[in-house]
Design a protein around this ligand. Sequence first.
Ligand code: SF4
Length: 63
Amino acid sequence: MRVRVDGKQCQGHGVCYMTSPDVFAPDEEDGHAHVLVDEVGSDLEQAAKEGAEACPERAITVE
Ligand code: SF4
């Protein structure tokens, strides 16, 4: 599973990394999110989905 954050859609609310800090983290400058892992293993799949669903901007894609 791969997870991507669309940098144009992300508004830096921070819900994703508050919900799933093992998968998402804030950029230090503006609080926009980035993904911590290239390939999401089965142990983090649920956390990745929960973070994506929590994003109010629908900026996170799970593939
Ligand atoms: S919840 Fe969505 S808008 Fe907010 S930081 Fe995460 S990706 Fe960006």
